[in-house]
Design a protein around this ligand. Structure first.
Ligand code: NAI
Length: 662
């Protein structure tokens, strides 16, 4: 490189021997490049320097990152926190959005070829900057991910990304990216035309340089995509999209996807008016309760992530005992995260089932990536006799829920395990200290409570007995949680821990309402209308009514919940829910049979209130009993462990809002 200019805080720019200008972003004081007003200003100034320098007349400009963590993580979310609907906040938001839009427009208007060279994540405003370049190239590693995830924060792209993504790949491909906020892997992004090249990392730089020098034709969306931009077509497509969104999210709970569809329907991506509509739409959305609560959830998630310090511990080998529903999936999940896993079960058929289920999981997860599928398969080793115990760094017991059986396992495990190994149980209801009673060092035992289905549920309760469990072990287990890409939440060993304890009164109130004659569909719809991912009766059917009864009885004895007779009767008559084909609903091939709708004229709001109040009250009791450390951790746990309405910011936050509203 020549001519390096280093008058900036957050970037450097230089010119190479090919006379290509390089803008290397490295935001000071942050682990990742996040976009704030200062970075935008510096990029503007750097581009001014590049264009005004009379001697240079560059062949092109390449934007890349100086961070190992990735290209750009998006706009600085901290800036969205606490935005109100006051005129001054709206002006502030609009000013920032306009700055971002102006920068992207400036890049797009440059008289020489421009290119974004992406390695690692390229998200939100980062992808919007990349989209304003003539070319985007990425490496092909699975750690490189591209996305426009703003919708998950209750807004939508605001730096011109709504317009440019549609112009680049057409509305039918761009809208799903923005409406879901999902990550695209490099090959997917290339295939859909969002990026121009996807090459091995070692060729990234040379491809970037060659692209600038050769100036290949710029990517254009196919003509057919442009046809969809006519006003009548926009109306039809927008209607269809609204319908799809409505099946997942209500407008009153999640206004952003509807706002995004509206601005496109009104202006279309071929018109420059959509830029201004985009800016105003985001400036309005950012102060909504939904956006503010989703921003809160974003920070709560970061807090949980930060609880697991990966540097503390490097697990290599996990041994799982019990290859049933949970053990099998825990083993498969760990194998998928690159760990060597031995799975022990006294039943060879169970081990066969584990391998079968795991292979299906690997294929679903890694799609066509045969190498990763094979790696995961190689990682998972059936171990009938438990040879893995002596070698493992982490031992997780997941046999059936029986105290004596678990104790006898831990007796053996303690004798054979490495001194440094983590020894954990996945029990969902047995107090930790009772299992640990037979151990020589009970302080070694910790609860590692996964949720079903393991592949889907991000939370991991890290269960400890105060004054017994070694805090160092707890810290190591939290680190393990981070290594396997779960969100670790430390909780006190107490009946139902945090999540089942809070869910159970909500489920039981649903059953009670059903017992009082409210149809199952009405009960469940009332909960879903509040924002729960699933109604309590469908949830009970899914978990198994026998398991609900079992946990319900424990909680009835300890924290005083009331058990409706119906639950007992259903279980006695063999109606156990999904697994038996009949519960509150009929089930066929694991799918709920749509029940006949019964007329019901009662007060639906009251139904909702009764269930939600039970859940919120139990959350408050858990906090009062210090089951978790503070109300933010409680909210985080309930959102990531149950799917509790994220747009409400968590149960404690919802309680606070309700109090403030009085
Ligand atoms: P499961 O009944 O599906 O599987 C238990 C497995 O353990 C069976 O394959 C059995 O052959 C094996 N097993 C029993 N005794 C053994 C021994 N001595 N040595 C080796 N293998 C043995 O049970 P599931 O549902 O997987 O539950 C396991 C544990 O996870 C329980 O403690 C349960 O409370 C807990 N849990 C269950 C959840 C669920 O939704 N099913 C959720 C979270 C925790």
């Amino acid at each position: 490189m020549t001519n390096t200019t280093n008058t900036f805080q957050h970037l450097t720019h230089s010119t190479d021997k090919n006379n290509i200008a390089w803008l290397i972003l490295d935001v000071k004081g942050e682990a990742a490049n996040v976009i704030g007003p200062e970075l935008i200003e510096e990029m503007n100034s750097a581009i001014n320097e590049i264009t005004s320098s009379s001697s240079s007349n560059p062949k092109g400009m390449i934007i890349s990152s100086g961070k190992d963590s990735g290209f750009i993580a998006g706009a600085d979310v901290k800036k969205f926190e606490g935005m109100t609907d006051s005129e001054s906040d709206r002006e502030l938001a609009l000013k920032f959005i306009h700055m971002g839009q102006a920068l992207c427009q400036k890049i797009e208007d440059l008289p020489f070829p421009t290119l974004a060279m992406v390695e690692g994540f390229c998200m939100g405003g980062g992808l919007e900057i990349a989209l304003s370049c003539d070319y985007i190239i990425t490496d092909d590693a699975p750690s490189t991910k591209l996305s426009l995830p703003e919708i998950q924060l209750g807004i939508h792209p605001g730096f011109g990304g709504t317009v440019r993504s549609i112009r680049r790949v057409g509305v039918l491909k761009a809208m799903p990216i923005m409406l879901t906020g999902r990550n695209l892997l490099p090959r997917q992004a290339k295939k859909m035309g969002l990026t121009d090249y996807c090459v091995p990392l070692r060729q990234l730089k040379s491809t970037a340089i060659q692209t600038i020098l050769r100036k290949p034709a710029k990517h254009q969306s196919p003509k057919s995509a442009k046809l969809l931009e006519s006003s009548p077509m926009r109306k039809i497509i927008a209607m269809q999209m609204r319908k799809q969104v409505a099946s997942k999210a209500k407008q009153e709970h999640y206004p952003a996807p509807y706002a995004l569809i509206n601005i496109w329907e009104m202006h279309g991506s071929q018109s420059d008016e959509m830029f201004e509509a985009e800016a105003h739409s985001v400036a309005t959305l950012v102060s909504t309760d939904t956006a503010q609560n989703l921003v809160r959830v974003f920070f709560l998630q970061n807090r949980l992530k930060a609880l697991g310090d990966k540097k503390l511990f490097t697990p290599k080998h996990v041994h799982v005992i019990g290859g049933g529903v949970m053990g099998g999936d825990i083993a498969a999940w760990c194998a998928m995260q690159g760990l060597r896993v031995t799975i022990q079960d006294m039943n060879t058929e169970a081990l066969g089932r584990v391998v079968g289920r795991a292979n299906t999981g690997f294929k679903r997860r890694f799609r066509k990536d045969k190498v990763r599928i094979m790696q995961a398969q190689d990682n998972l080793i059936p171990d009938l006799h438990g040879h893995g115990i002596a070698k493992a760094d982490v031992i997780i017991e997941a046999i059936f829920e029986n105290l004596e059986a678990k104790q006898s396992i831990f007796k053996e495990v303690e004798e054979k395990a490495k001194k440094t190994a983590i020894i954990a149980t996945n029990t969902s209801s047995i107090p930790l200290h009772e299992i640990a009673e037979i151990m020589k060092k009970p302080e070694r035992l910790v609860g590692l409570h996964f949720f079903n289905p393991v592949f889907k549920m991000p939370l991991l309760e890290i269960v400890q007995t105060p004054d017994q469990t070694d805090p160092k072990v707890v810290a190591l287990v939290q680190s393990f949680g981070a290594h396997i890409n779960k969100l670790p939440l430390p909780v006190k060993s107490s009946p139902g821990f945090l999540i089942n304890r809070i869910l159970m009164p909500y489920i039981l109130e649903g059953v009670m309402l059903y017992q009082e004659g409210v149809p199952a569909t009405v009960v469940d719809k009332a909960a879903v209308d509040y924002g729960m991912p699933m109604g309590p009766l469908e949830l009970a059917d899914t978990v198994g009514l026998d398991i609900c009864l079992h946990v319900g009885k424990i909680l009835a004895d300890t924290v005083g919940v009331t058990l409706p007779d119906t639950l007992d009767k259903e279980v006695e008559s063999g109606r156990l829910g999904k697994k038996s084909g009949q519960g509150f609903y009929a089930w066929k091939k694991d799918k709920k049979v749509k029940p006949d709708s019964k007329p019901w004229t009662g007060d639906r709001h009251k139904v909702q209130k009764r269930m939600i109040e039970k859940l919120l009250a139990e959350a408050k009791s858990c906090l009062d009993e210090n089951i978790v450390e503070d109300s933010d951790l409680l909210d985080a746990g309930v959102i990531f462990g149950t799917g509790f309405a994220p747009f409400r910011g968590g149960p404690m936050h919802a309680l606070l809002e309700a109090k403030n509203a009085l």
